[in-house]
Design a protein around this ligand. Sequence first.
Ligand code: SAM
Length: 265
Amino acid sequence: THFGFETVSESLKESRVGAVFSSVASSYDTMNDLMSLGIHRLWKDHFVRSLNPGTNPLTSSTSAPAQGWNILDIAGGTGDIAFRMLDHASNIHNDYMTRVTVADINPDMLAEGRKRALGTSYAKGDRLKFVEANAEKLDMIPSNSVDLYTVAFGIRNFTNKDTALREAFRVLKPGGVFACLEFSKVNNGLFNEVYKRWSFGAIPLIGQLVAGDRASYQYLVESIEKFPSQEEFRDMIKDAGFVVPGKGWEDLTGGIAAIHKGVKP
Ligand code: SAM
């Protein structure tokens, strides 16, 4: 690959992934919009709606006081998922207790997230927290403490995905949900041709022209290519101990992205 990832050590790979995200942090939103033609926003909206975070204090039973959900958004970057989760809980369920911890390995991405939070109602209070953490080693998060674990466009960058899945399993409460939104495999041959041309041709070029950084965007495209298929990833989730509802995933835009879910029994 461009970075010769197969031959470098794991810690070196981690530092190179770090360099990629430090480089893209400030142009992250613009680049996502350009590369996905704005569709990543629709995928993220759908992801959050499908999880329906929050407890409605008016409809929840008195024996289960509405304490809100404890959500952990791993690789949460600039807070895209976290803000949507909090907005959904507040606006749809009148739940002002649900809280999100955004965890990310990269301090520059977290800094962008903190900056964005300043412009929202979540800047004050304790509903939104940012922590620097590696998804593979979440020592600061107690076992059986999380209601919902989300990871959007993050897991394909992890050095050891199985270790991260086992950490997700550990921190979730029994009955808690693991939910992942990630690039996946396009299931139509012709559409795949068009998609491959776009991703290998246009995306590195847009990276070069808009962010002045072709190599980082080349890496992003290659990491998508290497990520397991829908079925393989579903099996990895099962192997970590999760029960997978239905077939285990939902394709978005013909499989360009997919949502995988698992429940901790
Ligand atoms: N979730 C956000 C979104 O959907 O817009 C950000 C996704 S961004 C493409 C990927 C993020 O994964 C980056 O912020 C990067 O720093 C983070 N990341 C990469 N490896 C990680 C790891 N091992 N642990 C935690 N975060 C990691």
